[in-house]
Design a binder for this molecule. Structure first.
Ligand code: FAD
Ligand code: NAP
Length: 556
């Protein structure tokens, strides 16, 4: 706990309802031995309570349903707890009645009181669906209209034949300028759209394509930027298309099949944000509806969900990244993050990891008293769930030349480890050892235990060790919680100078305890603190000769 009495994660939430700091503060899961304290959540202030209040018909803006144009001067006046307006992306909300429901606390919301909170909001949870959550708090729009990007205005005219090259100015990054462009050409039966990223680090998972009716959307992730091609196609094309990446030059070719063999005079008309290069953090999340194909029990409370992408979507979730699922619960859109896994740790194990481009699998724990997962569990096979574009900051290059890979997972914190583990064993030739320390309450909670053991038996480089916090008396293995003693024994390198990577994921307090011995070092760091761009080197791992670069904390 920090001086303020808040855990570091608590202070970082801004209008965040689906908490990254999970389990919920008063959840059963936080009540544990070993001196960890239970943080009480105010009675009647859960997300469900907020949804109920916002649907009650109560006037939450004080404007009796009227929407107004808000000037900056007006916005500034509403800067008190009992009268608090915040602007997010040009829309102004009266969040006074939401204050007590905000899991990040009132102080966090007050940081943006009477001002534009967009940046603050984006820094922590741009994925939270505040439009739906705060619908009843909407006061109106800011009087000044947001500027339309130059590029978009210029391309508003109908495109004819040769499309103009991107009019983006070069954006320089450490690795060089980014100035993508695109072009198109056709044969009798095909239309090929070519994106020139001019970057080397482009793969099939760098491009996300969604084609629905005549709308064609191709988002290319280039470092921390997103380059969007968004066109209303001038003619019909077939559902299936192919994508090819020429990695050494960063060229992407998307081949569409014409429905009719006629010559196109133009590719189509530009749609919103077409031909724009935007920092990834400023792009909204795009969702497509995926169909629930199957749902299998994995443990008593965890299930393997299989979702199928629409036929005209190309989306491969990069290793170590997550997506957001969206459900409408009592009229409010709720969004929660989930990390895709493979369908099994063992199948096709001898093959290189080929991304399966039709299905996305999730291991999801159903919390009977939770908000989102019971709804997810109630979905019928054939139902649709909106799935977002991927997010996350894990870089596959971290695994390059790694010799020792240590994975620390608690509960469903195992999910990011699935792809990392499988990828490393197959695709990283330097790998000598992969060790997974898997923390759970009981033996019954261990996800894919038999697969893990089979894998350890088949591949001598892999070891798994379980640690249980609430074992039965028959349990002979390790027990307790993550601790310096457990870690120092576990984290032994195969040689003093071996290249290592340690990945950690689980409930936030678990990762905090895992990587920090001396909380006094960490408590001053805050994600919003511009003085500190990244968290300090965790003390415990530092003591164990781990540097900051050798650790990836998924829950950070
Ligand atoms: P919540 O409503 O958040 O409730 C969770 C628990 O808190 C329940 O036990 C409930 O009883 C308790 N609780 C809630 N409200 C109260 C209250 N007012 N008082 C007391 N107790 C309360 N999870 C997975 O299963 N698989 C994944 O692959 C996965 N990936 C993730 C990736 C990321 C990046 C992150 C941040 C999280 C991930 N999670 C994953 C967790 C997931 O996003 C959800 O947090 C989780 O599914 C819980 O959702 P819920 O709405 O059902 O539960
Ligand atoms: P869980 O079953 O409640 O807990 C798993 C183990 O962790 C148990 O042994 C538990 O001990 C221990 N633990 C819980 N809180 C702890 C704490 N404060 N300090 C030390 N040990 C603690 O876990 P779960 O319900 O599956 O939850 C998994 C978590 O992982 C969620 O918070 C989820 O959001 C997160 N997650 C994050 C990502 C990501 O960021 N990419 C991906 C997937 C999951 P006790 O018996 O004492 O509780």
């Amino acid at each position: 706990m920090s001086d303020s009495g808040q855990s570091p994660g608590q202070g970082s939430r801004m209008l965040n309802v689906p908490s990254q700091s999970f389990p919920a503060p008063s959840s059963q899961q936080r009540v544990a031995s070993g001196g960890r304290s239970k943080v009480p959540l105010k009675q009647g202030r859960s997300l469900m309570d907020w949804i109920r209040l916002s649907k009650s018909g109560k006037d939450l803006t004080g404007l009796k349903g009227r929407l107004i144009d808000v000037t900056e001067e007006e916005l500034k006046k509403h800067n008190k707890k009992e009268d608090c307006w915040i602007c997010i992306r040009g829309f102004v909300y009266n969040v006074s009645s939401y204050m007590e429901f905000h899991p990040g606390g009132e102080d966090e919301l007050m940081r943006a009181a009477g001002s534009d909170g967009t940046d603050l909001f984006d820094q922590v949870h741009r994925w939270v669906n505040y439009e739906s959550m705060l619908k009843e708090c909407l006061v109106g729009r800011m009087a000044v209209k947001p500027a339309i990007p130059k590029d978009y205005r210029e391309e508003k005219r109908v495109l004819n034949g040769l499309l103009p090259k991107s009019q983006m100015t070069d954006i320089s990054t450490k690795e060089g300028p980014i100035s993508p462009s695109y072009d198109w050409f056709q044969t009798d039966s095909l239309v090929t759209i070519v994106i020139y990223t001019k970057q080397k680090d482009i793969h099939l998972d760098s491009i996300i394509i969604d084609h629905q009716n005549d709308s064609f959307r191709a988002e290319t992730i280039i470092k921390d930027y997103s380059y969007l091609i968004h066109i209303g196609l001038s003619h019909e094309v077939q559902e299936d298309f192919s994508v090819r990446v020429v990695e050494n030059v960063g060229k992407i070719e998307i081949v569409l099949k014409k429905t009719e063999n006629i010559s196109w005079k133009c590719l189509g008309r530009p749609l919103e944000k077409h031909n724009s290069l935007i920092p990834k953090k400023d792009t909204g999340l795009y969702y497509r509806k995926c169909q629930l194909i199957s749902k299998e029990d994995v443990t008593h409370d965890t299930k393997l969900f299989c979702l199928m992408l629409p036929p005209s979507t190309h989306l491969q979730v990069p290793i170590g990244q997550h997506v957001y699922l969206k459900l409408t619960i009592t009229g409010t859109e709720i969004v929660k993050p989930y990390t895709p896994v493979f369908d099994s740790l063992l199948s096709e194990f001898k093959e290189p990891v080929l991304p399966n481009n039709k299905y996305i699998y999730f291991l999801i724990k159903i919390y009977t008293a939770g908000l989102f997962t019971p709804e997810l569990d109630h979905l019928q096979i054939g139902d649709f769930v909106p799935v977002s574009n991927p997010e996350g900051n894990f870089k596959l290059s971290k695994l390059q030349e790694v010799e020792d890979l240590f994975l620390l997972a608690a509960g469903t914190g195992f999910t990011p480890m699935v792809k990392i583990l499988k990828y490393a064993l197959i695709n990283v030739p330097s790998l000598r050892k992969v060790k997974l320390m898997f923390f759970n309450k009981t033996e019954d909670d261990i996800i894919w235990r038999s697969q893990l053991e089979k894998l350890a038996f088949e591949d001598k480089r892999f070891d798994v060790e379980y640690v249980l916090s609430a074992p039965t008396s028959e349990w002979k293995g390790k027990q307790g919680h993550i601790s310096p003693a457990l870690l120092s024994e576990f984290l032994n390198r195969s040689s003093e100078k071996s290249k290592v990577l340690l990945c950690i994921c689980g409930p936030t307090p678990f990762t905090e305890q895992g990587i920090k011995e001396d909380l006094s070092i960490h408590k001053f760091w805050h994600p919003h603190d511009s003085q500190n761009q990244s968290p300090p080197v965790p003390r415990l791992l530092h003591d164990l000769n781990f540097s900051k670069d050798e650790i990836h904390n998924f829950t950070a």
